[in-house]
Design a protein around this ligand. Structure first.
Ligand SMILES: Cc1cc2nc3c(=O)[nH]c(=O)nc-3n(C[C@H](O)[C@H](O)[C@H](O)COP(=O)(O)OP(=O)(O)OC[C@H]3O[C@@H](n4cnc5c(N)ncnc54)[C@H](O)[C@@H]3O)c2cc1C
Ligand code: FES
Length: 356
């Protein structure tokens, strides 16, 4: 990466302006837009710094940039076409580059470092567990955000989304839904029980995925462990008596991969407006007793809430990158504005490895 930087940034320093904070700073040759922002004390939203988490997503208003790694591993084709870039992978090419960061990103609680320990583990499906982590003090977060979890000896922290609605006084016990990734360092160790008594470093909160204010219809889609942030958002909205029509599509392979159904039905029963819940199975055997929807979860968006003006709807999605890309494509095709589609892509090491 240092070699690429030296090629891309071989000339004079460039100026970057960031709205809405109105910051202006110089990017020396070989530095990314994010690196220079942080050196200059600009509070640019960020987390992984390697192009996989999407936290530094911003809209390019003026100027051109070179990408250290393909933005397409984290951003959708629609977002790239609309001018979105990742600041941690962007090297300015022109004398002046102007970018815009989503303003709500600035109001998020500031990340802090916590010590934690797993106090309970519950099997949810054959490859997803709920872990309860007891922290040394309460953490404040916004529904939909995530934390970085690490233990001694692991070179890089892993991101896990809070599965609970936040408490006004913060939460000292937090739950995460963790899916086992074959060959994955953190999840394999967790599923072997090696993290049960191990001190964890927990840092957060991070991320800009959250419920936006308004009364537009909401389309939520979760895949696999992506249920965690969606439940966090829905549970908080239910507690706040948010009055918006909502369709929630939960994509899974088979009936054995569905979980959290009791909590989803409680949210549905107590929702202040129309709430449609539609689990969709992609690999359920043809001869099973399942009478519900079959196929890809994103095929069912258009018909899930009849009579909706999709131009006024908002999309909320969390889960595997392929599902998010398909969801953005399906939603924009029926008229949901790209600016009204919010998501967290659950990328992992294999995604950054592809782009290296
Ligand atoms: C914002 C965000 C929120 C997330 N929230 C959640 C959540 O709530 N729940 C959840 O389960 N997950 C979540 N994730 C995904 C999670 O952070 C981890 O990526 C995942 O758990 C894998 O961690 P691991 O250490 O087990 O795997 P890793 O060690 O990161 O490996 C992942 C895969 O990459 C392969 N790999 C490793 N190194 C290389 C290499 N050099 N070349 C090629 N392949 C390689 C491994 O074999 C494995 O298949 C989230 C991700 C993001 C970005
Ligand atoms: S900080 Fe840029 S993608 Fe994570």
């Amino acid at each position: 990466m240092g070699f690429l930087k030296s090629i891309f940034g071989a000339k004079e320093a460039k100026i970057v302006e960031v709205a809405p904070f109105g910051s202006r700073y110089e990017v020396p040759s070989g530095e990314t837009m994010l690196e220079a922002a942080l050196k200059n004390g600009v509070p640019f939203p960020h987390n992984c710094t390697v192009g996989t988490c999407g936290s530094c997503k911003c809209k390019l208003k003026t100027g051109r940039v070179s990408a250290l790694s393909d933005f397409g591993y984290t951003l959708s084709q629609q977002e790239i076409a609309a001018g979105f870039i990742l600041a941690c992978q962007a090297i300015p090419k022109d004398a002046l580059t102007q970018v815009e960061v989503e303003s709500q990103a600035l109001d998020m609680p500031k990340p802090e470092a916590f010590k934690g320990r797993i106090s309970a583990t519950e099997t949810l499906t054959h490859d997803i567990v709920r872990i309860t982590v007891e922290l040394d003090r309460p953490i404040h977060f916004i529904a939909g955000q995530y934390a970085n979890l690490n233990y001694e000896g692991l070179p890089r922290a892993r991101n896990y989304s809070f599965a609970d609605a936040p408490d006004r006084d913060g939460r000292q016990q937090v739950n995460f839904f963790v899916r086992k990734v074959p060959g994955g360092a953190f999840t394999e160790a967790l599923f072997r029980g090696e993290l049960d008594n191990r001190p964890l470093d927990v840092e957060g909160p991070h991320g800009n995925f959250h419920l936006h204010t308004g009364n537009e219809p909401m389309v939520c889609i979760a895949g696999g462990s992506g249920l965690a942030p969606i439940l966090s958002v829905l549970e908080k909205a239910r507690k706040d008596r948010v009055k918006r029509p909502c369709v929630f599509l939960f994509g899974a392979r088979t009936q054995a991969d569905l979980y959290g159904l009791e909590q989803i039905h409680l949210i549905k029963a107590n929702w202040a407006d129309n709430f449609v819940f539609l689990p969709v199975l992609s690999h359920e055997p043809d001869d099973s007793a399942w009478t519900g929807a079959r196929g890809l979860v994103t095929q069912f968006i258009a018909d899930a809430l009849p009579g909706i003006d999709w131009n006024k709807a908002e999309g909320y999605m969390c889960g595997p990158p392929g599902m998010i890309d398909a969801g953005i494509s399906a939603m924009t095709q029926i008229g949901v504005p790209l600016e009204a589609i919010f998501y967290d892509k659950f990328t992992d090491e294999s995604h950054s490895a592809k782009s290296a």
